[in-house]
Design a protein around this ligand. Structure first.
Ligand code: ZN
Ligand code: ZN
Length: 241
């Protein structure tokens, strides 16, 4: 479908969101996080990109490179068009500049612990099936390591502070009216897992206050994420419950 005339600002925002697979609240979070700054100012501050909020000639409301004022939206479109060529080019560049890549990535992880944890989770969810298959093969090949991991997990459970009884779990279930705390499915139907709200591996306890009953899929998705990490993934639409 071709659109005649100049698209509305809302349409532009939607187009950019769809093209670049951004979350629904993208334009809001963009306004919150990206500050309007002129190219000269950005240059003086040593920034590699600047943002004016003015659409480029193709209509992207996107950052631009300080060095040549090129629109990063256009650049991304070019990339999408020539994906294979670009991927090869970037792979070759990364191989040539291995040390630099490692250093930059490490610095990024240190500066943005939450974002890098988030992108790791996103990556995992996208590659869940293949990772699971790989893990099964790895487990078959390394029974000793699997045993060691299991005993470590049991020790974690044993050594964590606090304890609870079957009655505590029954009380939890009735407090939750027998619904999964996240997706609200009927636990009588789905069965339930007892989840440590703050994972044991992150310092949580075995006291009843740190427990909740979840349906098995929700429990698996939560894994050993902190409640804040879990909420972030839901808010960004990475995980659906
Ligand atoms: Zn553009
Ligand atoms: Zn659930």
């Amino acid at each position: 479908m071709t659109r005649l005339g100049r698209p509305s600002e809302n349409q532009l925002v939607t187009d950019c969101r769809v093209t670049f697979r951004l979350p629904l609240d993208w334009s809001v979070s963009m306004q919150k996080h990206i500050h309007i700054i002129s190219r000269d100012k950005a240059k003086n501050l040593g920034m590699t990109a600047y943002f004016t909020g003015i659409p480029c000639k193709r209509g992207h409301i996107a950052e631009r490179s300080t060095s040549n004022a090129s629109c990063r939206g256009c650049r991304k479109l070019e990339y999408v068009k020539n994906t294979d060529k670009e991927k090869l080019r970037s792979k070759q560049w990364r191989e040539k500049n291995k040390d630099r890549v490692i250093k930059v990535e490490k610095a990024y992880r240190t500066d943005n612990p939450n974002r890098s944890r988030l992108s790791k989770s996103v990556w995992y969810l996208k590659n869940k099936e293949s990772q699971r298959e790989k893990k099964i093969i790895w487990m078959k090949k390394n029974p000793d390591k699997v045993r060691a991991q299991n005993s470590k997990r049991r020790a974690l459970f044993r050594n964590a502070e606090g304890h609870h009884t079957d009655l505590d779990i029954k009380k939890k279930l009735s407090l939750q009216n027998n619904f999964c705390n996240y997706c609200k499915k009927d636990l009588d139907v789905t069965g339930y897992h007892v989840d440590h709200i703050i994972p044991l591996s992150k310092g949580g306890t075995n006291w009843p206050i740190n427990l909740q009953c979840l349906c098995p899929p929700c429990n698996q998705k939560k894994g050993n994420k902190l409640p804040s990490e879990w909420e972030e993934l839901i808010n960004k639409g990475v995980i659906n419950v």
